[in-house]
Design a protein around this ligand. Structure first.
Ligand SMILES: *Cc1c(COP(=O)(O)O)cnc(C)c1O
Length: 434
């Protein structure tokens, strides 16, 4: 558990706010973020990069809540976006378009226009066809588009196959062997200006060696280009640094950055990084309440009010999230304000058991955790840890479930940064055919 979520007299706090207070005030399921934790992780990058020309572009898709984007924008962050929608979010949150890099294999004409109008820092181009399209759209607008090619370095990130992106067989980037040819081509297109090279090899990496291997391959290409008179202003080494969900031992931010800087020794290009998960993952938890305990023939189920629509990672990648009680057993006390849906006889004695922690969605894949030893009763509050990254941003309305509320804690203060959705909002754009 991060320093920002900790027990005090048997009660789990976010900074100085008891999570029970947040649940009582805003209900569950609810995402809770620690502003101090967000700031801390960002500053670890900034400090490690001090003295080097750099830009930390937070990967928006990890968690695109305006409040989180705003915290990073205030700290001077840039942003790595993968859609026009994310660009609008960044701007709405007070981010600087001049610090935005735009990645993604499928940029539409409309998205390219939007980004050119906003004057973003760079397009991270992922194919020959995209180069052509970008040149054409820029020409139509009388602009010159800043371009980096996302090169696929063909290194094995040794992570889950769904989040590995730097292998030859992946859909991302341009092939290493074709990159130089494409740079030559880009150099001839009048509405493009070559500014950099980027790569991103995958997510939740727990070792530095694949990052270093990728950096070395990228640098070799940069030198080939330089020999041809194509000089780059920046190198963007992507994101992907992993966090501890269970027993992983990813490198510390400072060590990871130090190793990258060592690999770049003697190079003058601005260094761009695109961290996502590492900045937000352990800065957030998902609060959920036990609705029912069901003791089956083979397994016991704790049915909670959060589900795969709120946190998709377990269902999608079989990902592990630690699940902890908000009040520890030997400190058990009745809830001060039972929520309205609690019903009668809500406070029952806790039963210690091995539980499948599952949501109410009609899918067997709807689980939050398997075989967890928990001492809980109906109405117990649980915190699903390390839920700050790819939690809310991957949430959906499956089963017509309104998306969770989001709260940002700052010291003793809780800020509701996103209201729980109303069911009516979910179908407000729909109509029936008469
Ligand atoms: C998702 C993504 C990132 C961030 O990855 P993390 O594992 O969250 O750090 C960075 N760059 C690109 C291009 C991405 O698609």
């Amino acid at each position: 558990m991060s320093d920002y979520f900790h027990y005090q007299n048997g009660e789990l706090y976010a900074e100085q706010v008891p999570l029970e207070d947040i649940a009582a005030r805003f209900g569950t399921p609810c995402y809770v973020y620690s502003r101090a934790a967000l700031t801390d992780s960002f500053l670890q990058f900034a400090n490690a990069l001090q003295g080097r020309d750099h830009l930390i572009c937070y990967a928006v898709k990890a968690n695109s809540s305006l409040a989180i984007l705003n915290v990073f924008a205030r700290l001077g962050a840039g942003f790595d976006i993968v859609s026009g929608g994310e660009l609008k979010r960044v701007l709405a949150a007070g981010g600087d378009a001049r610090k935005v890099v735009f990645s993604g294999v499928g940029k539409t004409v409309a998205e390219i226009r939007l980004a050119l109008e906003a004057d973003i820092l760079c397009f991270n181009v992922e194919s020959a066809a995209e180069l052509e399209r970008l040149n054409q759209v820029a020409a139509g607008m009388g602009k010159v588009a800043p371009v980096s090619l996302r090169v696929n370095p063909d290194v094995d990130a040794k992570t889950h196959p769904y989040i590995s992106t730097g292998l030859k067989q992946n859909k991302f980037g341009v092939a290493y062997t074709e990159a130089v040819g494409l740079y030559r081509k880009a150099a001839k297109l009048p509405h493009l200006r070559i500014t950099g090279m980027d790569c991103h090899i995958g997510s939740q990496l727990t070792e530095t060696s694949p990052f270093i291997a990728a950096a070395k391959k990228i640098l070799a290409l940069v030198d080939v280009l330089a020999a041809e008179g194509i000089h780059l202003e920046h190198l963007d080494l992507g994101g992907g640094l992993g966090i501890c969900y269970d027993d992983e031992t990813p490198p510390a931010i400072g060590d990871y950055v130090a190793e990258l800087l060592a690999a770049l020794r003697g190079r003058g290009e601005k260094l761009i990084l695109e961290p996502g998960r590492i900045l937000v993952g352990n800065a957030g938890v998902l609060l959920t309440r036990v609705e029912y305990l069901k003791h089956g023939e083979e397994k016991n189920f704790a049915i909670v009010d959060a589900a795969m629509n709120d946190l998709m990672r377990p269902a999608l990648y079989d990902a592990f999230h630690n699940i902890v009680p908000v009040r520890l057993e030997n400190h058990a006390a009745p809830l001060p304000n039972p929520p309205p849906h609690a019903g009668e006889g809500a406070i029952e004695k806790s039963t210690s058991s091995i539980y499948e922690v599952v949501g109410p969605i009609c899918e067997t894949g709807d689980f939050i955790g398997h075989a967890r030893s928990l001492s809980i009763a109906p109405q117990s509050l649980l915190a699903v840890l390390s839920a700050g990254a790819y939690g809310m941003s991957m949430s959906s309305n499956y089963n017509t479930r309104p998306r969770a509320a989001e709260v940002m804690v700052e010291g003793k203060v809780m800020h509701l940064v996103r209201k729980r959705e109303e069911v009516e909002q979910l179908y407000s754009g729909e109509s029936v055919v008469v």
